[in-house]
Design a binder for this molecule. Structure first.
Ligand code: M6R
Length: 368
């Protein structure tokens, strides 16, 4: 049942190309993005003037990525918030607000209560969920299911990649409803999504290299993660994986914040992951991150750099280089997250921990 793996989580990491591909099935036909359930009029979908994304944990990190795509494609303002904060804050909601609730289980108490609060304020709710008929989709006005199959490992892996995919489908559905993207543009983005499973599989093929790096750092006290733009939520997710699986102190930062504090943490031998933006797609950010790597390396950090294949500029500053295939900026997280999952799983195993059942954690957090 674990497909020859020691743990479900390791199998689920390997299932990610299929999880992304399956999430696309049935969501595009006749030149249009299609939701699974829609209990609101097309006109309502067209007339939202604001989007909130609410979620917890890894689903929140996927939500942070939704903001980049939805704002870029629809020009709607998007706020992303932890569900546990949103519901106690009196957010400004009305019937022209769309609340996107992301939950693998569909049963997370904080996210469910955020949905209920939003509905009380007359906002409309769209759920992205991996579990058919769970409470959150049942109480929502529209649903898009991630179709990655049940996730057994407590740490979210394949659900996370499927959520990113689903977020982008929702972004495209809104863009098509609002007319901010022409049908041929929607078709192009969908084709890009369809090309991703093959690239995710390529990243998985280089897993041995990542596992070898992980074993070297398995017993350090702290690991930091830096990223910018879509690489920032990836850094947060990499740190969360390491905390929950390896019980290691790990923090993700927006690289631009380094000089505002975190650089004080850098000391000799400290491993720091850096998620590089594409040199072609984001040249300005790429050069800024290069100078960040230089700065931390000069202060003794051991840099572990995730960069696009053929990005030779990073080589001199990478103590360890993990190459991923090139992809347009918005899609890069589907690739750059994978080595971080493999890293955390390998460190946890090297420390002798059960990666399917990390201590103190439940798969679905149904109490606050
Ligand atoms: O089922 P949900 O997506 O609502 O769960 C949200 C979080 O509890 C979940 O992502 C948690 O952070 C995972 N353990 C992360 O790996």
């Amino acid at each position: 049942e674990k497909g020859g793996h020691d743990y479900f989580m390791l199998k689920e990491i390997q299932e990610q190309p299929a999880g992304v591909a399956d999430t696309l099935i049935g969501h595009y036909a006749g030149g249009r993005i299609i939701l699974d359930e829609q209990r609101l009029a097309d006109q309502e979908l067209r007339e939202f003037d604001k989007v909130f994304v609410v979620a917890c944990g890894s689903s929140y990190h996927a939500g942070l990525l939704a903001k980049y795509a939805i704002e870029h494609w629809t020009r709607l303002p998007v706020e992303v918030e932890l569900a546990s904060e949103f519901r106690y804050r009196d957010p400004v909601l009305d019937r022209s607000t769309l609340v996107v609730a992301i939950s693998q289980s569909g049963e997370t108490a904080d996210t469910l209560e955020a949905v209920r609060h939003a509905k009380e304020q007359k906002a409309r709710v769209l759920a992205i969920c991996n579990t058919n008929g769970a409470q959150i989709p049942r109480e929502s006005d529209a649903v898009l299911y991630t179709r990655t199959g049940p996730e057994i490992g407590v740490a979210s892996t394949k659900a996370f990649l499927a959520q990113i995919t689903a977020n982008y489908l929702v972004g495209l559905a809104l863009a098509q409803a609002r007319g901010t993207k022409y049908p041929d543009e929607v078709a192009r983005e969908f084709a890009q999504l369809e090309s991703m499973p093959k690239l995710v599989a390529q990243v998985l093929e280089s897993g041995d290299r990542v596992r070898e790096i992980a074993r070297r750092f398995a017993h350090v006290p702290t690991v930091l993660f830096l990223g910018r733009h879509v690489g920032y939520p990836v850094a947060l997710e990499g740190a969360l994986k390491l905390k929950e699986l390896a019980y290691m102190h790990a923090e993700g930062f927006a690289a631009g914040e380094l000089k505002h504090g975190p650089i004080a943490l850098i000391e000799d031998g400290l491993p720091v992951f850096v998620v590089m933006p594409s040199a072609k797609g984001r040249a300005v950010l790429h050069s800024k991150l290069l100078s960040n790597i230089r700065e931390i390396q000069a202060r003794g950090a051991r840099t572990i750099v995730i960069a696009e294949d053929g990005d030779d500029t990073v080589r001199p500053f990478a103590d360890h280089l993990i190459e991923i295939p090139s992809a347009p900026t918005l899609y890069q997280p589907l690739l750059s997250t994978v080595p971080l999952q493999i890293f955390a799983a390998e460190v946890a195993q090297a420390r002798g921990y059960d990666v399917d059942k990390p201590r103190n954690l439940a798969k679905s957090v149904t109490v606050e």
